[in-house]
Design a protein around this ligand. Structure first.
Ligand SMILES: [Zn+2]
Length: 332
């Protein structure tokens, strides 16, 4: 059973926004662009791997968690965690194209163009997660063995040198591998397994590195202001009466400012004042900002002149379209 289902991450959406709104000549532009694509590919890999777990059947009860962040000696995030009455299993998901070589400390990949990139070793990542998860189990008096595997999400990863001391699976190998695990007598009964599931869900701490300019030490004044046109992508729609108008494709959109407000909170600052709103949305006067700040997306704090607004919790959906990956969101 899925205990924590796949969900697109706010962090990836925020990186997309930051990348889109950063000037190309900014010294950190390339770093942010690489970080966005790396995290996006990771997430696409996790999404397809979670589809396998959604269809998984085992002859005993089990729970699966996508992207669970726990704290033992430090905060650590497991891509996919499986708990059963017999064992726990940690999966580190990779979506890296090209020829892959595992060394002791690293993973390197070479593309057809001969470009080579190095990554942190997923084997070392797994060892760390298994160790930390074990600390949590010990502290709660659970004596469940922990296994781990590196999972490649797509067959476009061509493994030249596999890791010597860790299980490596492709997505399609997950189910047969789990079915082949020998079990004797259960360590946890069903009630204890249920308790462990509840405990882990409560212990989950969502990683919230917002606003991203603070997280990556980027001056928020260098971020491009403006409302984005949903139709053509231009950032710089004009506020007209009861509407937003795109000078490029001539589209009009009624609530185009809402997406810009989400962008503002993810990237620039976690509060917004009337003046900051006027500036970020390129409004004509403070009355327009006052109206917009009454949005159901926002929560008001402080009185009259010193009023500031924060945003309600939102959840993100990602869709692949002809124009690339598109993010939509809704207020929870
Ligand atoms: Zn447009």
């Amino acid at each position: 059973m899925i205990a924590k289902k796949y969900s697109a991450s706010l962090h990836v959406k925020a990186l997309h926004t930051l990348h889109k709104r950063m000037p190309r000549n900014h010294p950190k532009y390339v770093m942010i662009k690489d970080e966005y694509y790396q995290k996006l590919n990771g997430e696409i890999g996790e999404e397809v791997v979670m589809k396998v777990f959604e269809q998984l059947k085992l002859p005993y009860k089990f729970y699966v968690f996508h992207n669970i962040s726990l704290y033992a000696e430090s905060l650590f995030q497991i891509d996919v965690l499986l708990i059963t009455p017999y064992y726990a299993f940690v999966f580190e998901v990779k979506n890296i194209k090209g020829e892959i070589v595992f060394t002791d400390q690293q993973l390197t990949r070479t593309l057809e163009t001969n470009k080579t990139d190095s990554y942190e070793s997923p084997v070392l990542q797994l060892a760390e997660y298994e160790y930390q998860l074990n600390q949590i189990f010990k502290a709660t008096g659970i004596n469940l063995p922990i296994h781990g595997a590196v999972v490649f999400a797509f067959a476009t990863s061509n493994i030249k040198v596999p890791p010597t001391n860790k299980t490596l699976l492709f997505r399609r190998g997950i189910k047969p591998y789990l079915r082949s695990i020998q079990t004797n007598s259960p360590i946890l009964n069903e009630a204890k397994l249920d308790n462990l599931k509840e405990y882990l869900l409560k212990a989950n701490i969502d990683f919230q590195p917002f606003p991203l300019t603070e997280h990556y030490e980027i001056n928020p004044d260098s971020i491009r202001n403006g409302v984005e046109c949903r139709n053509c992508g231009l950032v710089g729609m004009k506020k007209v009466i009861r509407n937003w108008y795109c000078p490029s494709c001539k589209a009009t959109q009624r609530n185009a400012h809402e997406a810009a407000l989400v962008d503002y909170f993810l990237v620039c600052k976690n509060t917004i004042s009337n003046q900051e709103c006027q500036k970020f949305l390129n409004l004509n006067n403070k009355h327009e900002a006052t109206k917009i700040l009454k949005s159901p997306l926002l929560i008001k704090t402080g009185q009259s002149r010193n009023s500031k607004y924060t945003i309600k919790e939102i959840s993100i959906q990602r869709k692949k379209t002809a124009k690339g990956n598109q993010f939509t969101w809704e207020s929870n």
